[in-house]
Ligand binder design. Structure first.
Ligand SMILES: Nc1nc2c(ncn2[C@@H]2O[C@H](COP(=O)(O)OP(=O)(O)O)[C@@H](O)[C@H]2O)c(=O)[nH]1
Ligand SMILES: [Mg+2]
Length: 276
């Protein structure tokens, strides 16, 4: 069975040789014309210094502020593709679109609003390519990680949301929007998230093992507006309900992802030495 429910390019299978040396950084955007160019430049600088090939993929939902044009006119030392989706909106579906369209075996997903630091991309990629993790999460809630400038209310909501997901995953920060993965794990189970929390969806349905968490400091966006609100919270609760149902109907021993039915076989571990 091909891997993904929605139409489009299927995810790689574990048997596909794939291009393991290519890393795709996926940036979903909606009205990020101010925040995106500095992030693109920071990523370009960091990625172009590495020994692996990389590309950046912006998935924009036809932002009225002209984000796509601004992205296209930013000169970068690594290949940049800007895909504009018309008539469809939503963070999770934009990320799934990016994960399907990505050319790299390893994909990194991050926010484009400046909350996620470009430097953390490297430890995430290393955790997957060299460390053998099937998924690496940039975590606010592991030692060394932190959330800066968040009001008490937002902190409480974030901790409450994380607490509700505890029985579903061992990850300390499954709500993060910043992660890297081996795209082959996505062929294990169709993904169908409602709302924002795509990392949690992948953790529960694709069962990556092992996972790694890399600490990072989350800084609140300084320009533009967060799309988080009461509607997103209601969606999150619906999403949780679906994931609990999935977990109950698909009981398997913990950590049986790799090598189990639909699991990936161990990949040869590559080194990521900087180019000389
Ligand atoms: N393509 C796309 N990107 C979105 C959408 N909603 C949010 N984003 C992007 O997803 C990232 C996180 O969104 P944000 O509103 O900052 O969420 P928050 O960090 O949870 O407050 C940012 O890069 C947004 O531009 C959407 O509907 N479509
Ligand atoms: Mg944000």
């Amino acid at each position: 069975m091909p891997s993904q429910g929605e139409a489009g390019r299927p995810f790689p299978r574990s048997s596909d040789p794939g291009p393991p040396s290519l890393v795709t950084v996926i940036l979903p955007t909606y009205n990020e014309r101010e925040a995106l160019p500095p992030l693109l430049r920071a990523l370009g600088e960091i990625l172009s210094r590495q020994g692996f090939r990389s590309e950046i993929l912006v998935v924009d939902d036809d932002s009225p502020d002209g984000t796509a044009e601004v992205a296209r006119s930013t000169a970068l030392p690594v290949p940049l593709t800007v895909r504009v989706r018309r008539g469809e909106r939503g963070l999770a579906s934009a990320i799934l679109f990016g994960l399907r369209e990505a050319g790299g075996r390893v994909a990194v997903v991050m926010d484009a609003d400046g909350s996620h630091p470009a430097v953390t991309v490297l430890p995430l990629v290393k955790a997957v390519v060299e460390g053998g993790a099937e998924m690496a999460l940039a975590s606010r809630y592991t030692s060394g990680g932190e959330t800066r400038d968040w009001p008490l209310g937002r902190r409480l909501i974030s901790h409450g949301a994380t607490f509700l997901a505890r029985p579903l995953t061992s990850a300390r920060d499954p709500m993060t929007g910043f992660f890297a993965l081996d795209r082959a794990i996505l062929s294990r189970s169709p993904l169908d998230p409602v709302g924002y929390k795509i990392a949690l969806e992948i953790l529960v349905r694709s069962r990556p093992a092992p996972i790694r968490e890399v600490p990072f400091v989350f800084t609140e966006r300084s320009v533009g507006r967060s799309k988080m609100g009461a509607r997103e919270m209601a969606r999150y609760l619906r999403h949780l309900g679906r994931l609990y149902r999935f977990r109950i109907l698909n009981r398997r021993p913990r950590g049986s992802g790799r090598g189990g039915p639909g699991g990936t076989s161990p990949r040869p571990v590559e080194r990521l030495d900087p180019q000389s």
